[in-house]
Design a protein around this ligand. Structure first.
Ligand SMILES: Cc1cc2nc3c(=O)[nH]c(=O)nc-3n(C[C@H](O)[C@H](O)[C@H](O)COP(=O)(O)OP(=O)(O)OC[C@H]3O[C@@H](n4cnc5c(N)ncnc54)[C@H](O)[C@@H]3O)c2cc1C
Length: 324
């Protein structure tokens, strides 16, 4: 591992100032970035440890919304009574991440900002587009786990389970930027390869995530999170789906649905949501609900299986959410 400068600021402002330095990155639990540094996939000159900044590790029920600090550990998140009671889908997605050991170290902010798991990106010998090269090796290579929608020139999938659940909850992320905290809808936080192939979110030098807010309209709903994995022990999602639904007197009053594992960013299924909103659960036809949702999919040589898999997972998640 190359030597690097380690800083431990105790305020948000100080951290923002340090992160403006060239080659400096935020350090949360370190479960992702330290591996990347050891494997020489990224060249980091300085790590800005956010763990001593007060107030970044709390879950707070503000009645109108639920606030989650970016440094909240994934295990604390998924076992938090407020999250379990008011944001069921998020608790389930948090528990679906990796193993207990990784959840005890990894944070919510780190989970949203973790880098892709594409094996070409993670191997220093492959100079892929994300690292400034001029080819995506997955196109003619091994693409079993890659994206089927919106890959443009780079076919990564976003690896975060938590992001998919937050998308279904229509959450906002709070960023520290130039002395201010700015709130942005989570859908606008992630960046597709056609916008910028080198990064996965909107964060620029000096900016970092301070927390997440979940709006009152998404709280106290029924949540379902389904994740298809190749190994039934710890594994990243082949595909995943999060449903957050409120049913009153047999009518779907509020609905958020998002999918992971199919695209470089987690995708919210707005077309499906508007199809089902204000409809009676008695009229719900699972097969009809998913028709045409993934028409834009363009699978590659080894990942065609993802299309029927995601369709059936969305159907199953909706059936389960409506039954519960
Ligand atoms: C074996 C293994 C299995 C895994 N399986 C899964 C899985 O099934 N599902 C899943 O979702 N994840 C999985 N992960 C990923 C894991 O969840 C992440 O490594 C973890 O959440 C990252 O959190 P961290 O706090 O350790 O982040 P760090 O490693 O500290 O940081 C990760 C990245 O985020 C940036 N960052 C961290 N915090 C902030 C912030 N507040 N603002 C801006 N940038 C920030 C860092 O600069 C770095 O680039 C797995 C990881 C491993 C090692």
């Amino acid at each position: 591992m190359k030597p690097f400068v380690y800083c431990q600021p105790d305020s948000i402002e100080e951290a923002g100032g340090l992160l403006k330095h060239s080659g400096y990155s935020a350090l949360a639990g370190g479960s992702d970035i330290l591996g990347e540094m050891k494997d020489r996939v990224v060249d980091v000159h300085g790590l800005v440890d956010l763990s001593k900044i007060k107030g970044l590790s709390d879950v707070y029920d503000a009645v109108d919304d639920v606030k989650i600090g970016s440094m909240t550990r994934l295990s604390d998140l998924s076992n938090d009574p407020i999250i379990q009671r008011r944001c069921q889908v998020l608790s389930l997605a948090g528990k679906a991440v990796a193993t207990e050991q990784i959840r005890n170290i990894g944070t919510v902010g780190g989970n949203l900002c973790q880098r892709p798991r594409c094996w070409y990106y993670r191997n220093k010998r492959f100079d892929c587009l994300k690292k400034g090269g001029d080819i995506c090796f997955a196109v003619a290579g091994m693409n079993k786990y890659h994206s089927i929608i919106g890959g443009d020139r780079c076919h990564i999938v976003h690896p975060s389970d938590v992001a998919v659940a937050l998308m279904s909850l229509k959450a906002s992320v709070n960023l520290f930027s130039d002395g201010n905290i700015i709130s942005t809808p989570i859908e606008e936080f992630f960046v597709t390869p056609d916008v910028d192939i080198t990064r996965e979110n909107i964060l620029r030098k000096g900016e970092f995530l301070t927390g997440i807010s979940i709006p009152s309209s998404s709280l106290d709903c029924t949540g379902v999170y389904l994740k298809a994995k190749e190994r039934q022990s710890m594994d990243f999602a082949l595909v995943s789906v999060a449903v957050n639904i409120k049913i009153t007197d047999g009518v779907i009053e509020d609905l958020g649905v998002a999918v992971g594992g199919v695209s470089p960013v987690p995708l919210r299924l707005i077309r499906l949501e508007s199809r089902l909103l204000n409809t009676s659960t008695k009229e719900f036809k699972p097969k009809d609900a998913v028709v045409g949702l993934f028409d834009s999919a363009q699978p590659m040589s080894q990942n065609g299986y993802k299309l029927p898999l995601i369709e059936s997972y969305v159907e199953r998640a909706l059936i389960r959410a409506i039954k519960e």
